[in-house]
Design a protein around this ligand. Sequence first.
Ligand code: F6P
Length: 345
Amino acid sequence: MQIGVLTGGGDCGGLNAAIRAIVIRAAHAGHQVIGVYDGWAGMVEGRGAPLSVKEVAGIVGLGGTILGSSRTNPEKVENGMERVAQSFQTLGLDALIAIGGDDTLSVAAKLVDRGLHVVGVPKTMDNDLNATDACIGFDTAVERVATACDMLRTTADSHHRIIVLEVMGRDAGWVATEGGLAGGADIILVPEEKSDLNELAERLKRHRDAGYSSSLVVVAEGATIEGLPAQEATGKVDAFGHPQLVTRAVGEALADHLGNLTKIDTRSMTLGHLQRGGAPTAFDRILGARTGAAAVDLVLKGDFGKVPVLHGAQIVPIPLSEAVAVNRHVDIDLYHLAASLTPTE
Ligand code: F6P
C-alpha cells in the first residue's frame, strides 16, 4: 500500500513524533508512506513525495512539522474537493492519514463521505477537539505557559508589578487553565466563564494588601471581561472562518485597565507562537507515537473514517464525525479550581 500523511492547521509540538511513528509502523508492515506537503494545500495541488524511515528516524524531538502545514480549506478552493480526490490517483495513495484539529479533520470526514480512504490523528494545542482527553500539542503549550509564568514571576516580583500574560487557545480555555495552574497564576481568565473588571481589580488589591509583591494574570486570547471595552478581532479571517483572536489584544487592554483601577504598575505580554514552537514535551511525543501508530493500524484494517483518541490511558478509535461534532470546552471544575487559588491571606 501507499499511505499518504499530511499535517494541517497550526503546527504544534509532537507532530513529527506522529509522522515518525506512521512511517516506521507502515514500513514494518511492508508499506510505503507518502508525505503530502502543507496540509490540504498539498492534496489540492498534488504535492508530496515518499518518506523513508531514515528521513524520519531522528525527528522525534523536533518541533513543527517536517511536512509543512497550512490552513487551506479545499471546500473554499475551486473544485478543491475533486482535486483532492484526484490527488489520490496522482500521488498513488491507497489511503490518507490527516493529522489535524477540528478544521483539518472536518475536511477528512467529508472526504470519507465521498468514499475516500481517510483516517485522522488528533492534534491541536487548543485541546478543543471533541471526545478525546488530549490532543497532540496541548501538553507542550501548557509547558510553555508554565515556563513563561515562572519567568514572568521573577521580573514581576522584582518590580512589584502585575503582569498580564495572554495565551492562545481560540474559544477554549484549556491552555490558559492548565498553563496558569501549572505556572501558579493568581488569576486565570477563559472564554467559557464570565469575569468582571472591577471585581478582578479588587481581587488584585486584596492580593497586594496581603503582602504579595507581584501578581500574575493569565488571560486566554478569546476571553471576554465585563467592564472592559469590547475587544473585536481585526485582520484576516482564515479559510475555516476563524478570526485572528490575537488582534483583539485582550491582554494589553486588560493590563491598561487593571493598572488604572489598582494603581499598581502593570505590564502585559502576549506569548504567541512560542507556545507552538520548539521541542515537544515527552507527553506529546508519546501521544504522537501512539495515535500515529494506531492510525496506521486502522488503515491496515480498512477501518476508515476513524480517529484514534485518548480515553483515560487507552487509545481508542472513534468516528471522525464525532471528533468534529462540537468543540470541547474547558473542564469547568478544573477551571474553578485553578481560578480559586489566588493567595489573599
Ligand atoms: O489553533 C491553534 C492556534 O494556535 C490558536 O490557539 C490561535 O488562535 C491560532 O492558532 C493562531 O494562528 P496563526 O498560526 O495563524 O497565527
